[in-house]
Design a protein around this ligand. Sequence first.
Ligand code: 0X9
Ligand code: CA
Ligand code: CA
Ligand code: CA
Ligand code: ZN
Length: 424
Amino acid sequence: MLTKRRVLGAGAGVTAAVLVLVTGWQAGAAEEPVPDQGLYQVQGADTADARTDVTRTGVDVLGVRDGAMEVVASPAQAAALRDQGLTLSLDGDWDALLDARGGGVSRAAAADFPAGDEGYHTYDEMVAALQAAASAHPDITAVSSVGSTYEGRDIPVIKISDNAATDEDEPEVLFTCNMHAREHLTTEMCLHIVDRFTSGYGSDAGVTGAVDSKEIWVVPSQNPDGAEFDIAGGEYAGWRKNRQPNSDGTVGTDINRNFSYKWGCCDGSSTTPSAEDYRGPSAASAPEVRAVQAFVDSRVVGGVQQIKGHIDFHTFSELVLWPFGHTYDTVTEGMTQEEYDRFKSVGEEMAASNGYTPDQSSGLYITDGDINDWMWGQHKVLSYCFEMYPSGGGIDGFYPPDEDIAPQTTRNDGAVDILLANAS
Ligand code: 0X9
Ligand code: CA
Ligand code: CA
Ligand code: CA
Ligand code: ZN
């Protein structure tokens, strides 16, 4: 839906203005106009079933907090939610909020994040940060690429381990970030992991032990096309998906609905290309998904998957989530009680360390084709989804000021260490 905003541009504004006039005339000019895309707080979606029903109306779900959902909805979608018996309050016009967050600065192509947020890394800065870490710590790092995006950008991966040039027989751990374009804080989370396990090597005993005994892989941005697009206008675009064109002229597949395990199985993704949770025309149709899957597939050595633990970082809502997302069942095909109990116990331990809320991912709402279901369903990797800071917050949910980067990434140091300790 945010696609339309940028594609239609001025045209959409003219339509909105006419609608406002007509609405104002009909309603006696007293009522607030309903925005084309409104940011709403939704109350009453107290069960996973109710939240799943909300996602199926096609709204853009920004976050979930204590049963309240923050969504971006059209007037028709807002009406549909009210028909479901939910209570909606309008926070504002999403487009206007985005404009305000960008400081009203409009440039043809941005070389950096909007004013005041330059502490975030652009794609070029992220690549440079990996190269800087590698040249400062050549013995424990190796930078390569898992593949290319739709627009042809490399998706870099850095390996951190003693004797990094050698594939040693050590448990491997994977951290992935920025699958959803606008979730920029997660790129910083991965870069913080890179910084901690390189600059702390030799001085911090915990870091040194992990680097000596494990092979740590970090992919700071799984969706650099989307992330660059999100800041390209000089203000934030609120973009989520990749930048692959669809057959109907819209753009973008939701990478986190395009993974191959039980793709499209369970009405946990959309078949409508314009939807924010569009699953794509076929499993792994997104080049970014093919690249990540091929990388993880390539870590099967001698018939054994080497990656033992994984966190995929998202924002926002402050949650620690584990598989499966495609079903409410705990024990099901591909998940025994013992396996589920392990997910829950490590998940709860990590959540206790960072103050997030632990849950099975379907406890949020049903999804199919997400990365964690694939990591576990296909490869039996202990795989978590973290929804980072903040717990709620509308526009700032995706765009917290860069002053929040340091406290909110170090906040997960303990959880990252717990994941590493359990990866064997
Ligand atoms: O919907 C998603 O892909 C993730 N949330 S986000 O707001 N970052 O987009 C959550 C995926 C977790 N899986 C399930 N809820 N089943
Ligand atoms: Ca700042
Ligand atoms: Ca090693
Ligand atoms: Ca190895
Ligand atoms: Zn996300």
